[in-house]
Design a binder for this molecule. Sequence first.
Ligand SMILES: [Fe+2]
Length: 704
Amino acid sequence: MKTPSVVGYLDRLFAHAGEELTVRVSVLDPSRRYTAELVRMICGETGPKGPGLKEEKIAAGLAEQYEGIEQPTPVGSYAVVDRLPPLQAAEVSLLVWPTLPGRSAQTLVHLGALRLFLDASGAAALSLGEGTISTARPLRPCWWYRVTARYDPRTGAASVASSPFEGPHNDRRAASKGRLQRNARLNAPMHLAASPGPGGGTADHFYGKLESPRIRSGRLAAQWDFARGMGTTRIEETSRHRLHGRTVNAPKRAVTGSKWNGSIHDWRQDPSHYAAIHFHGDDLYDACWKPSFAIKLPRDLKSGFYAVKLRASGPAFYVGFIVSPGPRAKRAKLAVLASTVTYLAYANYRRRMTPGPFELAMGALPTVDMTDILLAEHPEFGNSTYDVHRDGFGVSHASIRRPLFNMRPGGRFWNFAMDLCLIDWLEHEGIAYDVITDHELHAEGAGLLKRYRAVMTGSHPEYYSLEMLNACDRFLAGGGRFLYMGGNGFYWRVTFPRAHPGMIELRRAEDGTRAWAEKPGQYYHATGEYGGLWLRLGRPPNALAGVGFIAQGFDASTYYRRTAASRDPRAAFLFESIGDEIIGDFGAWGDGAAGLEIDAFDDKLGSPRHALVVATSENHSNAFLLVNEEMASNSHGVDGTLNARVKANIVFFETPAGGAVFSTGSIAYVASLAHNGYDNNVARLTRNAVERFLDPKSFAVPPG
Ligand SMILES: [Fe+2]
C-alpha cells in the first residue's frame, strides 16, 4: 500500500475567514517537492454505499509547487534546568520508579560530562567521558529506588548506588565504585529523563517516574520539588538559589510518588504524595516543525470543514480544520458543532496496528489504511488517548501541535469523515448552516450557542469539558434547540491545561468503556478536576440529551422501529410524510442507521420523564454488548441478541424555556442520510426535526 510521502499540521483546529494559517510540512519523498491546495470538504470517503469523497478547490493564491524538507520531530518528554552555578565535587541523587528498565540505556540525570543512567541491563550506572561504572544489578520495574552518584573531579573517584524502598518484595542495595576521568566539567544545562542529543535534540529517554532530584556540591545544595507547580511546565527548586527548570513535551504530572500509600487521592490534599513526574520517550506536545508556507483564507470563505491537501508522490495527506464564523460574521440560524475535542482525543489512533484483542472488539478483522501504515512507520508523531505508551501506561494527553492523522476525509469512517455525512446532507438539502467547534464552545461558553436558534452535534461528541457541558445546559435553559446527531456523546471529562495551549488532558478513571484504566490515586487531573465519566461525575448525558451510552458493536448496523409514542401529537411533526414503521434499514456504515456506539433513554439516569422515545432499534448482533458501566456485575445475556437494553433510542423532548432536544442515539445514523439519492426516511426525519427546530415558534412541555 502506498503511503502519503508528505505530512503536515496547522497549530490550530479552527480558523476564521480572512485569517492567515501557518502550515508546517515535512516531505518524506526524496524529491522534497510537493503541491498544496486549499479544499472545502463536502463529503468524506463513505465506502461503496455512500456518495463518496467530495471536495471543492478554493483559490487561495498558493504556489504550483513547493520545495520542502523532512522535518525532525523531537519526541520524548524530559526536564531541563538551564542555569546552575559551576559545580565542584558533586553528589547527585534522585528517586526513580522505572517502568521499562532493561530495554535500552535511559538517562536519569545528565549534567555536563556526568551522566547518571540506567544501563541496557536496567542497572544504575554512572559515566564520565569514556568511563562507566555500573551497579550491575537491574532495577525492578515499578518499584521506588534512591539512585545516587558521587564524583570528585580532582581525583576521578566515583561511585553509583541504588537502594530500593522497603516492601514485601524487597530488593537489595547495590553499589559500585571506580576511578573515572579527572576534571570533567559539571556544567549546565542539567537534563532529567533524557540526554542532550545531536542537533539540539535529546536522546536516551527514560520511561518511568522521577522524584526529588538533588545536587550537593561544595556549598551548593539544590533540590527540585515536583509537587510544586502542578499543572505548569515549571519544576521548582526549593533552595534560596531558585534554580527552577522546565518540562518539555508535557510529561504526566499529578501522578503518585514515593510517599503515596493510598491514603490520599486528590493531590491538592497533600501534594507531597504526588511529588513525581512520569516521563515517556514517546510523549509529544510540540513537534516544533518550521513553518513551510502560509495560507491567507479568503475574506468571504464560507464556514465549513476544510483541509490543506498536500501531495508528493503517493496519496494526498489532508490537514483538516474548521472555518467557523468570525466575531463580526453574519450567522446562520443553524450551527453544526464540530467535535474537535473528540477528533483530538482520537488523533493518531494506533490500536489497529498494535497487538491486542482488536478483532474481538471489532467483531471483524481490522481494516488498515495507508495512514495506519504511515503512523506505524512514524512512532515520533505521538499517540492518541486510546493508546498506551511504550511502557504500558495510558496516554493522558493529546496535542494539536503535531500531524493529526484523523482530521481527514479518507480511510477512517469515523469522527471528521463521518461528520462530513452531515455536511453533505445539509449541502444537498440547501439548509444554511455555520460550523462551530468544541474548542470555541469551551472558550466562549453558552454565548457562542446563543447566536443560533438550533445547534446540531456531529456523530460522536464523546469528550467534553465542564465548561462545554455547562454551555449546552445554559443554551437549553435559554430556550435553545439541540440536535444530538450521534452516539456515546458527553461521556468523558477532558480539561484544557493552561500551561499547554492546544492540549487536552484525560484520565480514564474508575469506570466506563475504557481503552486503558487510570492508575489508582491518579483520578484527579493536573488541573485539579476529578476525571472520568460524566455519568460518574453526576452529569449523565441523559440529562442533557435524553439518552446515554448503552452498547457498542462494530460488525453491522441495524434499523429502528417506530414506537407507540411516535403517534403522540407532540411528535407528529417528526414523522410528517413518513409512512414507514422501519426507519433506517440502510446506510453507508453497516447497512443501518443504528450502529457502532448507541445510546438509550433511561429516566433513572436523568432522561426527562416527558421525553418521547419515538423509535427504538432492534435486531442487534451478538457483537453488540451492554457497556460495563451499566452493569454492577457481569452476567449472561449482555449481547444484542439477548438483552433488551441493547438498543438505540431516538428521543424528542421539549424544555421549559420553549426549546427542544432531538437525539438519534447512534453514531451510524448520519451515514444513512444520503441513501437513495438523499430520499429516505432518515433524511426525512432529520429534515422534519431541523425545520421545526429552526421555526421560532416555542415548544411547550406537556402538562402533568
Ligand atoms: Fe469514542
